[in-house]
Design a protein around this ligand. Structure first.
Ligand code: HEC
Length: 130
């Protein structure tokens, strides 16, 4: 046994310690994810995308965006999903035109997958049903 192998052993050990650190760190992150107020995937999308900034944490609207209330009366899951995909293309309906004129910045388009939109739509229609 030369001095060389002793050194390798030490560096092995510290590598293992580093690996443990990474593991604990990952567990920590996933715990934070779970603790993240136990939010549903829909809520994570709503709050994570910044919808609440304009529409309010309780959907009652802000100076930047209208309240999201009674959405079921105006939207089906399909049309609402299309709207979120292409907000501008709905600007011709009278109701949205009026909303559009009321707020300085128009509803932005968000880059989401169809699946994410579906989750968000179910969340919105559920939360703001009537
Ligand atoms: C920069 C502010 C802003 C953000 C961020 C924003 N919106 Fe909007 N939203 C608006 C405005 C303003 C309107 C009214 C229509 C228009 O002007 O384009 C609107 C309209 C809507 C409508 C139609 C409301 C109705 O009465 O039919 C829905 C639904 C909606 N937003 C959902 C969302 C969701 C979901 C998000 C997040 C993914 C979001 N918005 C993010 C500003 C915003």
């Amino acid at each position: 046994m030369g001095r060389g192998s002793g050194v390798t052993e030490i560096s092995h050990r510290s590598n293992r310690r580093r690996l443990w650190c990474v593991c604990l760190w990952l567990v920590g992150i996933s715990l934070v994810g779970v603790v993240d107020c136990g939010r549903s995937p829909g809520a994570v999308l709503y709050f994570g995308s910044g919808c609440a900034r304009c529409h309010g944490a309780d959907f009652s609207g802000t100076q930047l965006g209208p309240p999201l209330k009674g959405l079921k009366a105006y939207w089906t899951p399909e049309s609402l999903s299309q709207y979120l995909d292409q907000p501008a293309s709905f600007g011709q309906t009278d109701r949205l035109k009026a909303l559009h004129q009321k707020y300085r910045i128009s509803m932005p388009r968000f880059d989401m997958t169809a699946e994410q939109r579906q989750i968000l739509v179910a969340y919105l229609l559920g939360k703001t049903g009537d």
